[in-house]
Ligand binder design. Structure first.
Ligand code: URA
Length: 433
């Protein structure tokens, strides 16, 4: 086999066999296939697509390119969740202890922020003392004893995906359904959970902007999971407006704590309860509706908060942030932004909100950039609200005042106002089992 022949075959829209895909990934890992080969291959996939069997073969080849975690000691209760990325998505911080409080074992590897989307690991890293890296034995032990462990996805897990993802990021080939599906599922399969709930975001702040694309992505990921004997449920959820009001690492931790304390924005709370219900239904059987009710009780009794504190403590973090939020990093400066005109907020270009948060220092432009943990945005008004000119729209936070002007411009350009209220959209569009 020759790498260039396989690229040519895909370019012409033909189907690659499992052996050919395995060969290509092995060649990429050994150095026989270089980045320029894989960039050309990714572009060929972008234009010609892949059959489901090819996407599954690519998933498995990337999963097998590194170590495959064995979570069998967690029995049938191991459960993972993955979001395809959004703005203000801090659901893992709430859902993981909530599910643990009801008997699930959430052993999860999470990523850093990517482009305009935030990363769970960056949010957790804003908690003083929290260790984002643990060895495999301690990772599994903590998931057993505390019910939750969330660490940074490292190089040992699906390294072919890490390499290919970094390449796709700079070759305009991120938004290809088979490449996203195989990237997400290779990490999920390699990290060992028996049960997986996928939160496929749709809308202006998501990778998949249309409902149709989100459906295709969700369906292929569920089918890959099935063919690997995993129980997978995918929810298609709204990302046409930021989730909750906080965008930025420590600000989002603060908002997650508010939800765990029974306060916090309703949209965030509802999505978390839905995700927890689906995760617990996979673990214990029974309906997601039943488990969602149990999750409501675990949230209001304080049980989920207790598991959150146990998790943070076990991972070296300072659990007293719950009682004393001032222990979290805070930005040095803030700027209030006022509404430029009266009317209903009919649309928020959510990617631009994520971009504004990045401009404030809450994310990275380059891999090696250092994040300002207290930077970000608190939204004072969301889609559908009727607000008057001059009312508070959002507050920006940063350590560097020169970041305010570009962030303000980006933020204001995200809003569309109208005289009539926009149509209501559901928080969860569909569930694929
Ligand atoms: N998240 C991933 O892990 N991979 C992708 O390709 C896109 C989003």
């Amino acid at each position: 086999m020759r790498v260039t022949d396989l690229i040519e075959k895909k370019k012409l829209g033909h189907t690659l066999s499992d052996a050919e895909i395995q060969y290509l990934i092995d060649a990429y890992m050994s150095g026989e296939a270089s980045d320029y080969h894989m960039a050309a291959f990714s572009m060929a996939v972008y234009f010609c697509g892949m059959e489901n069997a090819e996407t599954t073969a690519l998933t498995m080849a990337m999963a097998r390119s590194g170590c495959m975690l064995d979570l069998s000691s967690l029995g049938k209760n191991s459960v993972d969740k993955h979001s395809t990325g959004g703005v203000g998505d801090k659901t893992t911080l709430i859902v993981a202890p909530l599910v643990a409080a009801l008997g699930g074992n959430v052993a999860k590897m999470s990523g850093r922020g990517l482009g305009h989307t935030g990363g769970t690991i960056d949010k957790l890293a804003s908690i003083p003392g929290y260790r984002t890296i643990l060895d495999e034995d301690n990772f599994i032990l903590q998931a057993q004893t505390q019910g939750v462990c969330v660490v940074q996805a490292g190089g040992a897990l699906a390294p072919a995906d890490s390499k290919l993802y970094a390449l796709r990021d700079v070759t305009a080939t991120v938004d290809s359904i088979p490449l996203i599906a195989s990237s997400v599922m290779s990490k999920k399969i390699a990290s060992g959970a028996k049960n997986i709930v996928l939160d496929v975001k749709t809308g202006s702040g998501a990778l998949m902007k249309s409902l149709e694309e989100s459906h295709l992505l969700a369906e292929i990921m569920v089918s890959i999971g099935k063919s690997c004997s995993r129980n997978v449920t995918a929810l298609i959820t709204d990302m046409d407006t930021p989730l909750g009001n906080a965008v930025g690492n420590a600000l989002e931790v603060e908002e997650a704590i508010a939800v765990l304390c029974g306060r916090g924005p309703k949209d965030l709370q509802s999505i978390c309860l839905r995700l927890a219900g689906e995760m617990l239904a996979l673990v214990h059987g029974g309906s997601a509706v039943h488990w969602e009710k149990e999750a409501v009780a675990a949230l209001s009794s304080g049980k989920a908060l207790k598991y959150f504190k146990g998790w943070i403590r076990a991972q070296g973090g300072d659990e007293s942030i719950v009682e004393n939020l001032s222990l979290l990093p805070h930005a040095k400066h803030k700027m209030e932004i006022y509404t430029p005109q009266s009317g209903y907020i009919s649309h928020i270009d959510t990617q631009k909100i994520g971009q504004a948060s990045l401009l404030l220092g809450a994310g990275r432009n380059k891999k090696e950039d250092k994040i300002q943990m207290g930077a970000g945005i608190l939204l004072a008004a969301k889609r559908g609200e009727n607000i008057s000119k001059g009312a508070l729209l959002a507050t920006l936070y940063t350590d560097d005042t020169s970041f305010f002007a570009p962030a303000k411009e980006e933020l204001l350009s995200a809003y569309v106002f109208s005289d009539t209220p926009p149509k209501d959209v559901p928080l969860v569009y569909d569930v694929i089992r």
